[in-house]
Each structure stands twice: as C-alpha cells, then as structure tokens.
Design a binder for this molecule. Structure first.
Ligand code: SAH
Ligand code: SF4
Length: 364
C-alpha cells in the first residue's frame, strides 16, 4: 500500500483537484466531491466509514487512500466550568493540547495550538518553558478544530431541526506556540477553516494572537484583513518588556507599534492589545501611564488577562479585586475600550498560558 494522503493538509484548490482526480479514477460521479467535503469539513467526520450517504465502495476507496484522523486523544480533562482540554498525540508521537470553551451566546470557542512548544520563552508561559517544539502541519491545526467540534456537538445532541450542523464556532489561536512563526501552515489552515465551501467559519470569528512580530503581522493582515489580530503586549516600556519577553530584545516597541499602525491601515480595524496583569510587576501606576500612552498611538482596544499560575512561572496571579482595580485605573487613564478576559479551565491547567501538553518543563 502506498503512502496515505493527508487530505486535511491540502489548501482549498489542491483539495478539490485531489478529490476530482481520485473520483475520476474510481469512476465515481463528480458530485461526490461535495458530499465528501460536507462530511469532513461541515459534519466534522474523520472516519470515512461514518459517511453513510456515500456508497460502500467509495467509502473503502477513500479510506484506503486518505488519512483524515491526524490526532489521537490521549487525555481529556473537564473543568468545573465546562471547559474541556484535550491532550492529543500526533503521528510522530509529539503532543499538543487544545481547549474547548463552553457555549457563550450560543457559540463555542476552540483554542487551537500551532506548535508543540515555543522557543520564544516568555517568562510567564508554560508553553515557553517547554522550549521550541515543531510546527504543526495545516492538517494538524484543522484537525484540532474538527475533532473538537465533533466531540462537543455529540455531547449536546442533535439540533431541534434534526441537522447535525452545529452553530459556527469561534476559533482563537491562543494555544501552544507562536502562530505567526508557522505562517505557511497557519495560512493554509485559515483558508480551509474560513472557506465558504469547506469549514465555513466566518472571518470575524477567527482571532490570531501573536507575541508581536512586525513583518508577519503585516503579512497576516494583508492575507486575512477580516480576521481579528491580538497582540501580546504585556509591558509598555522597553525595559520591562525585555525582562518578561525575550523577543523584545529583537523587536522594539516602536517597531511593534509601527506594524500595528500599518495593520490598522490595511484592515481598518482596531488592534486588540493583550495585557497580562502581573501583581507587583506590570500593574504599577507608571505602567498604567505608559500603557495608556502607547495604546494611544494605535487605534486599539485593550484586553486584560489575569496571570494564570503555571509550573516554573515565578509570578503570582492577581486577586479578583486587584484585577478590577487595575482595569478601573487603566480605564480612567485612557480613552480606548478596556475589557477583562474571563479565564476558563484554570482548574485543569487549560487556561491561557497553562498549556504544556502534560510534559514537565525542560531543564535548561
Ligand atoms: N504565542 C502567541 C499565542 C499563544 S499564547 C502569543 O504569545 O500571543 C496566548 C495568550 O496567552 C498570549 O496573550 C499569552 O501572552 C497569554 N499567556 C501566556 N502565559 C500566560 C499566563 N501564565 N497567564 C495568562 N495568560 C498567559
Ligand atoms: Fe510562546 Fe506565546 Fe508562550 Fe510567549 S506567550 S512563550 S510567544 S506561546
């Protein structure tokens, strides 16, 4: 038997070409391609044998040619708040985690990973403690979304109208790794997930979070001007940012601000700055002043995140009152919208910055 083809690694055009070629070879009608696509990308079926609207012969041809399931669930943890974290094993036995956040306003949010570790080493992040991992393939990124949707829609049962289609989810690229350092695969995955004939996730429902890489930010905004961009700022002065995020030694705040301004010109949308609140480190009055000034340079909004504890992270999380007080002080110091991100799944180490794929941090 030849090497199995990973259908989920293909971009929209390559996917259509591949399927139509195979169908012709098997003397099947061309419309079968649409059926297969609907089953995989809209019904989130990752086993051809479950596609009962396809003739048995076609199902077995498909199953003999294409590999759909690129991730095996190893562990699943369910938080008291309903958040589900899944630890996946990849084909080469690398591991990665993704998180399904419960319904809010009728939609689920899936937090996806793009790398199996992260070489950028932010001092507050569990993934950073792992060191560099490998890039996920486009298929591995897509598979996290499809498998997550399939699993959570099963538990909530079929819809009243009997259809299996679940409401379109939100996808946030805030799991393990730096999405913009895996740009080509991220791009293919976004094209497939967003495509009106494939997974059909609306652009406005997709957020990519980055540590703040200027060239890649501009490239992303050119390629996907409708999607949301979140930039991890976490410090508004050069010196503080360098102590928290090694990447700040290479990317200055002024270059980052410049890229964000350019991004805004391309997309016409405000940039979301993510700001981790770390008590005693970046929550002083002078930090608030610097943050308000910096954000004033870019059409932006600020999303605050209370630091979540993680192994090897030398900071303590803020108390709820500290977080609220920081938000209030910042709101009165600046004119942009300030929101507080609700953390989900902290009790299962499934919240922002806690994903480490069940691995102990690597010793350095
Ligand atoms: N590499 C990208 C995306 C993954 S991290 C980035 O850095 O933006 C997603 C978000 O979680 C980022 O804003 C990141 O700074 C934040 N984060 C990291 N460690 C955290 C922690 N311990 N508590 C809360 N948020 C954290
Ligand atoms: Fe990497 Fe993002 Fe974690 Fe920093 S916060 S180490 S960039 S995953």
């Amino acid at each position: 038997m030849g090497e199995m083809i990973k259908l989920l690694d293909l971009g929209p055009e390559a996917l259509k070409a591949e399927l139509s070629q195979s169908l012709a070879q098997w003397e099947e009608k061309p419309f079968r391609a649409r059926q297969v696509i609907r089953q995989v990308y809209q019904r989130c079926k990752l086993d051809f044998q479950d596609m009962t609207d396809l003739p048995a012969a076609l199902r077995s041809n498909l199953a003999g040619t294409y590999l759909l399931q690129l991730l095996t669930p190893l562990e699943r943890a369910v938080s008291a708040d309903g958040t589900v974290k899944t630890l996946w094993e990849l084909g080469d036995s690398a591991r990665v985690e993704s998180v399904a956040i419960p319904m809010e306003a009728g939609r689920r949010t899936f937090c996806l990973s793009t790398q199996t570790g992260c070489g950028l080493g932010c001092s507050f992040c569990a993934t950073g403690k792992l060191g560099a991992g490998r890039n996920l393939s486009a298929g591995e990124i897509i598979c996290q979304a499809l498998a997550g949707i399939a699993e959570t829609s099963l538990s909530s049962g079929p819809r009243v109208d009997g259809s299996e289609r679940t409401s379109s989810p939100n996808l946030v690229f805030m799991g393990m790794g730096e999405p913009l350092l895996n740009y080509d695969n991220l791009k293919t995955a976004l094209e497939v997930l967003n495509h009106p004939e494939l997974a059909q996730v609306g652009s406005r429902r997709i957020t990519v979070s980055t540590v703040g890489l200027p060239e890649q930010i501009v490239r992303f905004c050119r390629d996907f001007p409708q999607m949301k961009l979140a930039v991890s700022l976490h410090a508004a002065t050069e010196s503080l940012r360098r102590t928290l995020m090694p990447v700040a030694g290479k990317v200055s705040l002024s270059d980052l601000v410049e890229a964000c301004r350019e991004a805004n010109l391309i997309t016409g949308k405000r940039i979301t700055f993510e700001y981790l609140v770390i008590p005693g480190v970046n929550d002083r009055q002078e930090d608030i002043q610097a943050l308000a000034r910096l954000c004033g340079l870019v059409p932006s909004k600020i999303n605050l995140i209370g630091l979540n504890p993680a192994e090897g992270v030398p900071f303590r999380p803020p108390r709820a009152a500290e977080l609220a007080r920081f938000r209030d002080r910042l709101s009165s110091a600046c004119s942009m919208a300030v929101t507080l991100r609700r953390s989900h799944g902290a009790d299962i180490a499934g919240a922002c910055g806690q994903l480490a794929a069940g691995q102990a941090p690597r010793r350095r």
